[in-house]
Design a protein. Structure first.
Length: 149
């Protein structure tokens, strides 16, 4: 089955663990995966399926390790019309800018022609001590959409 590239943006490691967990679940479902923590544009296949997982820091800011990719997407405007993607945000509702980073990533991917599959997940760590659990539930419906897309 298709290869899925998982891309994580994380400051403290939580989003990385979620990415690795989802990669494991995708492999169990028969997909092959590659997981990249804070990749640059040149590390990514510019077609196929991406799953982007990012927490938010500062006030709605991107984690430092994914900021360079975001800047490249904004400055270089690569043609991503061959990319379909899913988006998982991890954040805390105590901030007005809840899940701001994944919203920025979604916007720049869409602006460059990538097509989003399904609706992004916004995981509130105040409600979920273990963000892998709601992420896994979201992944189940995302896989169904992938099969039918
Ligand atoms: C200094 C700081 C600022 C944060 N700012 C936001 C924010 O603006 N929006 C949000 O949704 N979550 C915010 N968070 C919550 C983090 O996204 C959350 O703790 C997340 O689990 C961290 O994931 P990570 O381990 O991948 O870095 C902030 C956390 C810290 C410590």
């Amino acid at each position: 089955m298709a290869e899925i590239t998982l891309i994580s943006g994380s400051t403290l490691g939580g989003a990385e663990y979620v990415a690795e967990h989802l990669a494991e679940k995708l492999e169990e479902a028969g997909y092959t995966t590659e997981t990249l923590h804070g990749p640059l544009l040149e590390d990514l296949p510019q077609e196929g399926i991406w799953l982007v997982i990012s927490s938010t820091h500062g006030a709605g800011d991107l984690p430092d390790n994914i900021q360079p990719l975001y800047d490249q997407l904004q400055e270089q405007n690569p043609d991503l019309s061959g990319v379909r993607f899913g988006a998982v945000g991890i954040g805390s509702r105590e901030y007005d800018t809840f899940c701001g980073a994944i919203e920025k990533l979604e916007a720049v991917l869409t602006a460059n022609g990538a097509k989003e599959i399904g609706e992004m997940a916004r995981i509130n760590i105040l409600e979920h001590d273990i963000p892998e659990d709601p992420a896994e539930i979201w992944l189940g419906s995302w896989i169904n959409l992938l099969k039918n897309a």
